[in-house]
Design a protein around this ligand. Structure first.
Ligand code: FAD
Length: 389
């Protein structure tokens, strides 16, 4: 019988439902037509046609894809994961765009918002007519969000928000920001229209990673909101952490796409380039690397699928997500770094995708819980001992 397919060695996609394969093919086709030819330029210039992308992703049904109602597609978790995988095969910044909209901003409103907040925002966000961002991190509060300083205080029937959020994806283009703030009652979430007086977003410049993504500092200077702007029920870090868990799920699937793109670039390159009179792929040292890459890509793909199945079965624990985020980002980074070497000098060029992916994955290692935070979660899960502080 013939060898396994080098592009799907463990035949993982054969086990996908028809719906999942249809979504995979739709996102791949869109990527080929609309994204792949432009992504290097977006990366180089750090500019992104956000409104146009939002409409495109919205028409594909990718925004809030796994949410029910309010114009969202309501797909399985695996289908959503596959969409993230195919987008991140193009660029982690584009997957971040969809993650922030669907898994952070929309999920927060869907899970914790009032009926009025859901009706107001979700249908427009699902089509891409309105963009959202998610403000948790601050200049002095990253891995330890409980130490945030942004505060919301009551003034008559209103809320008044003051503080600074940092590293907020899509902050400069968002119509609505989900902002987490300290109150007398613990941390609460607020739905903040970005046109509210006192709200400004400043672009973060000089990034060397995730350049095809817009990143902002949000300044809230006495932003006055009606009483109805707060999420009614949720208090404490449970609110934002529930959203991050959703977004991390998209990441553990997404990075499989970035890893696959690097592996495929290395395979194609080493088969077509010759030195010392034969293809690079014919040297034993190169084959050692190709074997490592195909193992890592498929192992990460298998981890993602299993976690997706747990999510669809309603059996997902947040430590499963920590496992997947830590394991798969680490795999993808090792694949990207190894692939980079295999392309030689071309490996450092934006003409090829590998160094772009490699640089992006440094952000992915850090955001949504650093690799160390997930290691501490897993450590606590297996020992029962917390080592966070
Ligand atoms: P720190 O928390 O200061 O950590 C620095 C280092 O110390 C890390 O290696 C960390 O693991 C380690 N460390 C910290 N505490 C411990 C400990 N107890 N034990 C061992 N090691 C420890 N945030 C949002 O809210 N919304 C967004 O949309 C968003 N988008 C982002 C986009 C980009 C491009 C980037 C780079 C970041 C984004 N973030 C966003 C922020 C991101 O979530 C934070 O950067 C992340 O949580 C880490 O926080 P920090 O950068 O302050 O690092």
């Amino acid at each position: 019988s013939s060898n396994p397919d080098p592009h799907d060695f463990l035949d993982l996609d054969a086990g996908l439902a028809e719906e999942d394969r249809a979504i995979r093919d739709a996102v791949r086709a869109y990527a080929k037509d609309q994204l792949l030819d432009h992504v290097a330029e977006w990366y180089e210039t750090g500019a992104l046609p956000a409104a146009e992308l939002a409409k495109g992703f919205g028409s594909l049904g990718l925004l809030g894809m796994h949410l029910e109602g309010y114009g969202c597609a309501g797909t399985s978790a695996v289908a959503y994961g596959i969409a993230c995988r195919e987008l991140e095969a193009v660029d982690s910044g584009l997957r971040s765009f969809v993650s922030v909209q669907g898994s952070l901003a929309m999920y927060a409103i869907h899970r914790w918002g009032s009926e009025e907040q859901r009706q107001e925002w979700l249908p427009r966000m699902a089509t891409g007519d309105a963009l959202g961002c998610f403000g948790l991190t601050e200049p002095d509060a990253g891995s330890d969000p409980g130490s945030m300083r942004t505060r919301a205080v009551r003034d008559g029937g209103d809320w008044v928000l003051s503080g600074t959020k940092m590293w907020i994806t899509n902050g400069t283009v968002a119509d609505v920001a989900v902002v987490w703030a300290q109150t007398d009652d613990g941390i609460r979430g607020f739905v903040v229209p970005t046109s509210t007086p006192g709200f400004t977003a400043n672009e973060v410049k000089h990034k060397l990673s995730l350049r095809a993504s817009l990143t902002a500092e949000l300044v809230l200077d006495g932003v006055r909101l009606p009483s109805s702007a707060a999420f009614p029920e949720v208090r404490g870090l449970r609110g934002p952490l529930s959203c991050l868990n959703e977004a991390r799920y998209g990441i553990l699937f997404g990075v499989v796409g970035a890893a696959r793109a690097c592996y495929e670039a290395a395979l194609e390159y080493t088969l077509s380039r010759s030195q010392f009179g034969k293809p690079l792929a014919g040297f034993q040292l190169t084959q050692r690397k190709l074997a490592d890459l195909v193992v890592e890509v498929n192992r990460a793909g298998l981890v993602a699928l299993q976690i997706g199945r747990l999510k669809d079965a309603g059996a997902l624990h947040h430590n499963h997500v920590s496992f997947g985020k830590m394991a798969n980002v680490r795999s993808a980074l090792s694949v990207a770094r190894e692939a980079r070497s295999m392309l030689g000098a071309n490996g450092i060029s934006l003409e090829y995708p590998v160094m772009r992916h490699m640089a992006n994955l440094e952000t992915v290692l850090t955001y949504e819980g650093t690799e160390e935070m997930h290691a501490l979660s897993l450590g606590q899960a297996v020992t029962g001992l917390a080592a966070f502080r």
